[in-house]
Design a protein around this ligand. Structure first.
Ligand SMILES: NC(=O)c1ccc[n+]([C@@H]2O[C@H](COP(=O)([O-])OP(=O)(O)OC[C@H]3O[C@@H](n4cnc5c(N)ncnc54)[C@H](OP(=O)(O)O)[C@@H]3O)[C@@H](O)[C@H]2O)c1
Length: 303
């Protein structure tokens, strides 16, 4: 397939592009600044510049692609959640999605499949509830962002032959996402659980996430919403014990929720919310996880 990845220069996109090349696909990345990222990926990846609107040369290229994947958006983990940052988190996602959909309309592009990222933040904080793709959405900031983002992406139904929204869990990798920061206190012997430790964490190894995207491209039955999380979510207490064991470090220094809220403000929700999400759609479509348990994933990434 000829695959176009908007926002493909980021953590997930780089791994996905590598995976797709390995599987024999042709990959192009839409980026605001290709010159900054070009060397991060093999020369076989084509870089196309866009300004995140439905104008410019990139539009002429859009009809060439069999698959369009949209990962673009302001990074959620970096920086303080000021009002301006929160606005950028929402608007960057809506703009990128709208630009792609307007682009399809304007150019007559009819990709076989359109895949839009979303996040399990869609579900809000849900205690011990077991969540699948049919569960209702939450009401907090991230839930609202995901809801608006998904509503914008659904409009691709008018142009793409198949459309899939991937609600991604916490992605574990060596070179991006939250894991490197979470490992640091343990390496310094000051790791511990966060808050009560009872909150559920739904994670996925970056290798399995890239495989899941590639699987969705090739699987005709993959449409609508698909959760991308490993089949074994853990509580934060279990996460902490597993991380400590894999790193051969103690976990003696719990971080009270109040301290985290003081340090991170509203962004502390990323560590304190409870989401026990299952990848029901992926499993029923026959996807097999290479790293189904946290112990296996962390051992692979941190050994
Ligand atoms: N990593 C996770 O754990 C995780 C979990 C759930 C959901 N997700 C979602 O998956 C998507 C990809 O995640 P990621 O970790 O790969 O993110 P990332 O590393 O921050 O990469 C996102 C890419 O989006 C582009 N971008 C940034 N700001 C933009 C803006 N204002 N307008 C348009 N494009 C912009 C950038 O590409 P250029 O600079 O090249 O244009 C960037 O490389 C994100 O939308 C994220 O919300 C990630």
């Amino acid at each position: 397939m000829k695959v176009l990845i908007a926002g493909g220069s980021g953590f997930i996109g780089r791994h996905l592009a590598g995976r797709l090349l390995q599987e024999g696909h042709t990959v192009a990345i839409l980026s605001r600044r290709p010159e900054l990222h070009r060397t991060a990926l093999p020369a076989a990846v084509e870089w196309i510049e866009w300004q995140v609107r439905a104008g410019g040369d990139w539009l002429n290229r859009l009809p060439e692609f069999d698959a369009v994947i949209n990962l673009a958006g302001e990074n959620i983990g970096a920086g303080w959640w000021t009002a301006a940052k929160k606005r950028r988190i929402l608007e960057s996602r809506l703009q990128a999605t709208q630009a792609l959909i307007d682009g399809m309309q304007q150019t007559g592009a009819r990709p076989a499949v359109y895949v839009n990222a979303s996040a399990i933040g869609y579900y809000g904080s849900r205690g011990d509830d077991v969540i699948d793709e049919t569960s209702p959405g939450g009401n907090d900031f991230l839930a609202q962002v995901c809801r608006e983002w998904e509503t914008a992406a659904e409009k691709a139904d008018a142009w793409a032959q198949r459309r899939c929204i991937v609600r991604i869990g916490m992605v574990l990798g060596r070179d991006g996402g939250a894991l490197p920061q979470m490992v640091m206190p343990f390496k310094l012997f000051v790791g511990g659980k966060i808050g009560s430790g009872r909150q559920w964490m739904s994670w996925i190894h970056i290798h399995d996430l890239a495989r899941a995207f590639a699987f969705i491209l090739q699987t005709a039955g993959a449409r609508g919403v698909v959760n991308a999380t490993a089949p074994n979510p853990v509580t934060n207490a279990e996460w902490t014990q597993t991380l400590a064991r894999v790193l051969h470090r103690p976990a003696l220094f719990p971080v009270p929720a109040a301290v985290l809220k003081l340090g991170l403000g509203e962004k502390s929700v990323l560590a304190l919310q409870s989401q026990r999400v299952l990848p029901k759609a992926l499993l029923s479509l026959g996807f097999r996880f290479q790293f189904p348990t946290l112990e296996e994933a962390l051992a692979d990434l941190l050994a």
